[in-house]
Write a protein that binds this ligand. Structure first.
Ligand code: UDP
Ligand code: MG
Length: 157
């Protein structure tokens, strides 16, 4: 019923001091943070993460970019969380992303576009396992605001 999704703050977001701004958007929306870590992820992890794009011309540059500095990985939970996150992020090309979205408000680049979000349930499951696969890495907790963020009767039963 509640969905889980994987978000990455890419190296440009960290370098530009936008961790707080971006995290706040997801929190304020009402998504529950159930996992959070910062790492310079191993190249093998990033290769696996973007393996669907392996044959694409931008793949080498994308891997170089993603391994150029620290990345924040975030696991979020909420009703329709995958779609909600993708909407908050905006279009892939930041120049075309709508104002009000993360990419639309903070970015000017197609490649250096600040955030990643899983694009469907299958990807979310795979990516959550890749970045938060260890025991106890995802934290199940009940926000005190849950019954104000949702109509429990209508939406969470
Ligand atoms: N990307 C790029 N050039 C392209 C397409 C994609 O540099 O022509 C990068 C960009 O950082 C993008 C990532 O590769 O976020 C993954 O591409 P995808 O199409 O999955 O976009 P997303 O799901 O991130 O919006
Ligand atoms: Mg994608």
């Amino acid at each position: 019923m509640l969905e889980r999704t994987l978000v990455l703050f890419k190296p440009d977001a960290i370098q530009r001091g936008l961790i707080g701004e971006i995290l706040t958007r997801f929190e304020k929306k009402g998504l529950r943070v159930i996992g959070l870590k910062m790492r310079c992820f191993e190249r093998a992890t990033l290769e696996e993460h973007y393996s669907v794009h392996k044959e694409r011309p931008f793949y080498p540059a994308l891997l170089k970019f993603m391994s150029s500095g620290p990345v924040v990985a975030l696991a979020l939970e909420g009703k329709d969380a995958i779609e909600v996150v993708r909407k908050l992020m905006g279009k892939t090309n930041s120049r075309q992303a709508e104002p009000g979205t993360i990419r639309g408000d903070f970015g000017m680049s197609f490649s250096n576009n600040l955030v990643h979000g899983s694009d469907g349930p299958e990807a979310a499951a795979k990516e959550l396992k890749l970045f938060f696969g260890g025991a106890g890495e995802l934290v199940d907790w009940k926000p005190a605001t849950l019954e104000w963020v949702y109509s429990i009767e209508e939406e969470l039963r």
